[in-house]
Design a protein around this ligand. Structure first.
Ligand code: IDP
Ligand code: MG
Length: 149
């Protein structure tokens, strides 16, 4: 079982798409095990996006992610990391497949609505940045056997 970090970015919250984005993940069959609204500080943004330091879009990215509240989620499921990334679509909405969050609801890379961890190590690191262990809830979903055999 995997856990991954999802962020509804400031544009998602401001545009009233939080519910839509959560709903798409829930409908896919993924389970939410942590959820909160918060304002990301510049310090937290710098840790979360540390791998992008020095890239041309870095300053804009930090300004964007700290500009307004976000909704952060811990999402659990078999292969949850890959499933979330596929549901989000490619980073650039113009390259994302129709039916994905970014293709259906966004138009450009700098306002792409949603974040999802890109691998198991990243997921563990990012979940640790955004959630204390006691904020994550392990629970049994009775629909699970209708989602996975
Ligand atoms: P990801 O979010 O799909 O994992 P990354 O390459 O890790 O994409 O980039 C992190 C975030 O940085 C993107 O989601 C997007 O918000 C922003 N970003 C990436 N490349 C660009 C760019 O060329 N211009 C503006 N923003 C970018
Ligand atoms: Mg990334």
């Amino acid at each position: 079982m995997e856990r991954t970090l999802v962020i509804v970015k400031p544009d998602g919250v401001q545009r009233g798409l939080t519910g839509e984005i959560i709903s798409r993940l829930e409908r896919r069959g993924l389970k939410i095990v942590g959820l909160k609204m918060m304002q990301i500080s510049r310090e937290l943004a710098a840790r979360h996006y540390g791998v992008h330091v020095g890239k041309p879009f870095y300053d804009g990215l930090v300004n964007y992610i700290t500009s307004s509240p976000v909704v952060v989620m811990a999402v659990e499921g078999e292969r949850a990391i890959e499933l979330v990334r596929q549901t989000m679509g490619k980073t650039n909405p113009l390259e994302a497949a129709p039916g994905t969050i970014r293709a259906d609801l966004a138009v450009e890379i700098g306002r792409n609505l949603v974040h999802g961890s890109d691998g198991p190590q990243t997921a563990e690191f990012e979940l640790g940045l955004f959630f204390r262990p006691e904020e994550l809830v392990s629970w049994e979903c009775s629909a699970e056997r209708w989602i996975s055999e």
